[in-house]
Design a protein around this ligand. Structure first.
Ligand code: HEM
Length: 465
């Protein structure tokens, strides 16, 4: 006889931290460490609990199998929370791939995936090497002085993405001062902060931080318009670029000209800023953590150095692709220090998750670093052990640094290549003399748009060839 389906529980039945009237748990959460609080509560309250930030109730989920099911059920079952798109629209942002939903997302995704394919990234490889060589020159010029590691890695990431996606040589590595990278930084931090605040105070009163944010939004917009104008001019001079675009921006402009493409000028502008924003902090944070973890684990550092020095004396696509141990180091670093430790979602329809009924519009936070640092899937889970990725026994559904399902990060191939090229320069051309946090014994995790380390200083000794 079929068993009666158990009646699903309601959100109100879920456990969770006690909060205050009106504010909920807002005072227990600081934006910079919100991921740590969610991870701590996941350990305390289990795979699914509820919390409240101001008026918004949030269901927090840390079971990797359930998370995978939700991530795969997009764009129809779940979306990114509407609040992030609202905050961005309020700042005058156009919708790019990260914030697009439904059919608009489908049209944009097709276009972007094409431009980020392994073949397209390979075609850009020499430009990436050129940017990495500027990084090398900058580090050589530092002599035995401290290198501002976080800032230099951000410059590297911005220069790579601007070159790849827009064919623009922004060269923040060699220019000082008010660079686009600093404005991107301010916008990322500002949007992340506003998306998490319990009240939209800036609609009534703007603080200096809000004025700074608006200035940076204008600066990013101007840079975006400049990239678009340059790409249009190149395409006017060389019409063949419509058929064979040289970069993502030209591909988008060509697509926007096609009737029925679903892509218009606004979407092009939205994706230019999306790529700048999505491509900077993510890759630079992953790199910074990787360097720190290698410095903390001398045997792994030695092995990575030996691999680079043996196989990648010359920076070619083939040599970089052969750096398997470095690949494993990158995956292990992102397992322990994921740039995106949680992914917020919103239900598009009534649904049931782990036996709990979630009405349409429920906000869900997927805690990505829970099972990935549990001992069920990873023995001795807190140890930095790149070897585990080489054995081929890792369950790839548990550590998901790039998300999963149809909205999985389209920049994953680019960023892994970018990481390895920068590491090949660092480990091949220098010996590391020291890496330290600037103002504490070891770097702390700070959540902005992504989770990165507090500022770090690095000292290098050039290797005599
Ligand atoms: C180590 C580097 C990176 C990490 C860890 C990372 C991580 C992520 C994650 C977790 C997501 C959400 C996936 C999901 O919802 O399932 C995402 C989405 C996205 N990423 Fe990345 N990312 C990285 C680099 C990049 C780069 C270099 C670019 C491009 C320039 C990029 C562009 C995007 C875009 C456009 C989306 C939205 C995709 C969509 O909604 O369809 N990312 N990334």
């Amino acid at each position: 006889m079929p068993q009666p389906t158990p009646h699903p529980r309601a959100i109100a039945d879920l456990p969770g931290p006690r909060g205050l009237p009106l504010l909920g748990n807002a005072l227990q959460l600081k934006p910079a460490t919100i991921h740590l609080a969610m991870e701590r509560w996941s350990r305390e309250y289990g795979a699914m609990f509820r919390a409240r930030i101001g008026a918004s109730e949030v269901v927090v989920l840390s079971d990797s199998a359930a998370i995978m099911t939700l991530l795969r059920d997009r764009p129809d079952g779940f979306r990114r929370p509407a609040i992030t798109a609202e905050v961005s629209a309020e700042l005058g942002g156009s919708v790019g791939l990260f914030l697009a939903e439904g059919d608009v997302w489908r049209d944009q995704r097709r276009m972007v995936m094409h431009a980020f394919s392994p073949t397209a990234i390979r075609a850009y490889f020499d430009r990436m090497v050129q940017v990495a060589q500027r990084l090398e020159a900058r580090w050589l010029a530092a002599g035995d002085r401290d290198i501002d590691l976080n800032a230099d890695l951000k410059r590297y990431a911005v220069d790579v993405i601007a070159g790849l996606a827009f064919g623009a040589d922004v060269n923040t590595l060699e220019s000082g001062g008010d660079s686009i990278q600093e404005h991107v930084e301010t916008v990322l931090a500002g949007v992340a902060r506003r998306s998490l605040l319990p009240f939209a105070y800036w609609r009534w009163c703007r603080l200096p931080a809000d004025r700074r944010l608006e200035r940076s939004v204008r600066a990013v917009r101007e840079a975006t318009d400049g990239f678009i104008a340059a790409a249009r001019a190149a395409m006017a001079t060389e019409p063949a670029l419509r058929e064979h675009p040289a970069n993502l921006l030209q591909a988008m402009l060509a697509a926007a000209e096609q009737p029925g493409s679903g892509v218009d000028d606004d979407a092009v502008a939205g994706n230019v800023s999306t790529m700048l924003l999505a491509g900077e902090d993510t890759t630079s944070s992953a790199l910074a953590w990787l360097i720190w973890l290698l410095w903390q684990n001398p045997p792994a550092l030695e092995r990575a150095q030996a691999e680079v020095r043996q196989h990648a004396r010359e920076l070619t696509v083939e040599n970089i692709a052969a750096l398997d141990y470095l690949d494993a180091c990158a995956l292990e670093a992102m397992r322990l220090k994921p740039p995106a430790p949680f992914l917020p979602l919103q239900a598009m329809r009534d649904t049931t998750v782990l036996g709990v009924h979630l009405p349409k519009d429920t906000l869900l936070w997927c805690v990505m670093r829970h099972d990935s640092v549990g001992d069920k899937a990873f023995p001795d889970p807190l140890r930095f052990d790149p070897e585990r990725w080489l054995a081929g026994t890792v369950d790839k559904g548990v550590a998901l640094p790039f998300g999963a399902g149809p909205r999985m990060c389209p920049g994953r191939y680019l960023s892994l290549m970018e990481l390895k090229v920068a590491m090949a320069v660092l480990l091949g051309r220098f010996d590391i003399a020291g890496v330290r946090a600037r103002d504490r014994s070891e770097p702390a995790e700070v959540m902005g748009f992504v989770m990165g380390p507090t500022p770090m200083a690095m000292r290098l000794r050039p290797r005599a060839e």
